[in-house]
Design a protein around this ligand. Structure first.
Ligand code: FES
Length: 172
């Protein structure tokens, strides 16, 4: 799998909040999310920050948005195998692209510890590494390893853990 934003030079990849204004770059700090909140973000490379064309391109990358989730402190989480350290404290970043057919996944308003896809109602359990627990999706949402660096902002620590989106995307 390939995320278009992954940097071959190892430069910093920050998360920016999706605001609807392509030229507006708002990095994300932990204190901006209350426990139980979710924020839609896209990763972008440090070198794209001052270049409007590159910023627009970064927003158009279909496979990059994530739901940055802050769980309520103390929420029990059973991570998927080998992914114990990909969160930062109570914060987790999961691909926003549903693994069924690619619709945008959001917070389930009825169940605060789940992400839900509006297209066919797949639900993903935030207690268990975003595994599907209802609906037609069979693969978990890929996780983006995150940290907060010395600037106090979220950044990615690497690529997504698994292929983004529906499995048939891999066939293209
Ligand atoms: Fe998400 Fe079908 S696209 S459940």
């Amino acid at each position: 799998w390939h995320t278009a934003w992954a940097s071959p030079t190892g430069e910093a990849v920050y998360l920016r909040r999706v605001t609807g204004k392509p030229d507006e770059v708002q990095l994300v700090r932990p204190e901006e999310l209350a426990p139980g909140a979710v924020m839609v973000c896209v990763p972008f490379r440090e070198s794209e920050r001052d270049d409007p064309d590159k910023l627009h391109d970064a927003l158009r990358r279909a496979d990059s948005p994530v739901n940055l989730v802050r769980l309520v402190p103390g929420t029990p989480v059973t991570p998927r195998s080998g992914q114990e350290s990909f969160n930062w404290q109570d914060f987790y970043a999961y691909s926003r692209i549903c693994t069924h057919l690619g619709c945008p996944v959001g917070m389930d308003l009825a169940e605060e510890d789940r992400l839900m896809c509006p297209c066919h109602s797949s639900q993903f359990d935030l207690h268990a590494g975003a595994r599907p627990i209802f609906g037609p999706a069979v693969r978990p949402l890929p996780q983006l390893p995150i940290t907060v660096d010395e600037t106090g902002n979220f950044r990615a620590r690497g690529d997504f853990t698994e292929p983004i989106g529906p499995s048939f995307w891999e066939l293209g």
